[in-house]
Design a protein around this ligand. Structure first.
Ligand SMILES: [Zn+2]
Length: 305
C-alpha cells in the first residue's frame, strides 16, 4: 500500500504568509488533500536535518537563511519575503522528499505531494526555491552507498537550473530537463540532457519527444533511482507556463514515465513540482490524475522491487 508524504500537512503551510497568488489557494489545497487521502494514507514527514542540506548547499548560505540575514535582492529572486515559516516550510518539504525516497527504495514508489524545488542553487535561492530537495535526497542516498546512479527527470515546464548546476560535475547523476525554451529561467544551465520546446507545444509533439528522446535516454543510463518532477505547469492555461498540454496529454505523459519505472523495476520518487493553472479546480484534477497514473502503474507491477 503506497503512502504519500506531504508538507501541506505541516503547520508551516498555514502559519506562513501566502507567498504569491499563483500558489494553490487554501480551499483547493484542502480539496487536493481530501482527494489524495481517498487514495492512500497521508503523512507529515520529519523535517530535514540541516546537516543533510550542507552536503549540497554552502553552509554559510544556509546559516544566513536560517537566521533571516537575506537581502531584498535575494528575496526578489526567491519570489517572496523571508519569514521563519518559509524556512520551516522548506525543511518540511525536503523532509517529505527524503521520506518518499526511503519509500521508493523499499517499495518501488515514493510520493511527495509537494517538493521539486529545482531552482535552488548551492549558494543562492531562485524561483520559490531556497533548498533543492531532490539534490539533497539524491546526494544523501549516493553518500550512503544505497545507489550508484541517479536520474532526475524534470518535466516541470521550467528548466531545472539549480539541479543542473549542483550536479554539473557529478557523473553519477544524470539531470534531464524538458522545458519551454522561452520561459524562466532565462539564463539556462546545462543539464546532462536538455530538451527545449517551442511555445504552444501540444500533446502529440510533447509525447513524441518523451517516447523518442527522453525515455530512451533514461533507459540507456539505467538509473538505480529515478526522481520524477511531474510539473503540471505544462498544461494549457497555466499562468507561468508556455506550453499547451491537455489534461489527457498530461495523464499520458505521467503514465509513460510511471509505466517505464514499474516495468523496469526502477524505484521512483514522485514530486509534484510546479502548477499555477488559472483554474485551481483544473490543477487539482491534474494532480489527482498524476497520483492515479502512479498508482495504476505500480499496482500493475506489485513486485517492482
Ligand atoms: Zn515550473
Amino acid at each position: 500500500m503506497p503512502r504519500a508524504f506531504t508538507p501541506f500537512l505541516h503547520a508551516a503551510y498555514t502559519d506562513a504568509p501566502p507567498p504569491r497568488r499563483q500558489f494553490l489557494p487554501r480551499e483547493y489545497l484542502l480539496t487536493l488533500l481530501a482527494g489524495a487521502a481517498e487514495r492512500f494514507p497521508l503523512l507529515a514527514a520529519p523535517d530535514l536535518p540541516w546537516a543533510l542540506a550542507e552536503r549540497v548547499h554552502d553552509p554559510a548560505y544556509l546559516a544566513r537563511w536560517q537566521r533571516g540575514e537575506v537581502t531584498r535582492q535575494e528575496e526578489r529572486a526567491l519570489g517572496f519575503a523571508w519569514h521563519p515559516a518559509v524556512v520551516q516550510r522548506g525543511l518540511a518539504s525536503c523532509g517529505a522528499t527524503l521520506s518518499a525516497t526511503w519509500d521508493a527504495l523499499s517499495t518501488g514508489l515514493g510520493l511527495n505531494l509537494g517538493g521539486g524545488t529545482h531552482h535552488a542553487y548551492a549558494n543562492h535561492a531562485e524561483g520559490f526555491s531556497f533548498l533543492n530537495d531532490v539534490a539533497i535526497a539524491a546526494q544523501h542516498v549516493l553518500d550512503a552507498g544505497l545507489v550508484r546512479k541517479v536520474l532526475i527527470l524534470d518535466l516541470d515546464v521550467h528548466q531545472g537550473n539549480g539541479t543542473a548546476s549542483i550536479f554539473a560535475d557529478e557523473a553519477r547523476v544524470f539531470t534531464l530537463s524538458v522545458h519551454a525554451e522561452h520561459n524562466y529561467p532565462f539564463r539556462k544551465e546545462t543539464s546532462t540532457l536538455d530538451v527545449a520546446l517551442p511555445d504552444g507545444t501540444e500533446d502529440a509533439e510533447y509525447l513524441a519527444v518523451l517516447s523518442e528522446t527522453v525515455l530512451p535516454a533514461v533507459q540507456e543510463f539505467r538509473p538505480d533511482l529515478l526522481f520524477y518532477l511531474a510539473g503540471a505547469d505544462v498544461l494549457a492555461g497555466d499562468q507561468l507556463g508556455r506550453l499547451a498540454l491537455s489534461l489527457e496529454g498530461l495523464r499520458a505523459r505521467d503514465e509513460r514515465v510511471y509505466n517505464w519505472a514499474a516495468r523496469t523495476h526502477t524505484p521512483l520518487v514522485s514530486l509534484m513540482a510546479g502548477g499555477y493553472h488559472r483554474d485551481p479546480a483544473t490543477l487539482v484534477q491534474a494532480r489527482l490524475a498524476t497520483l492515479d497514473a502512479a498508482l495504476g502503474a505500480f499496482a500493475a507491477a506489485p513486485d517492482a522491487v
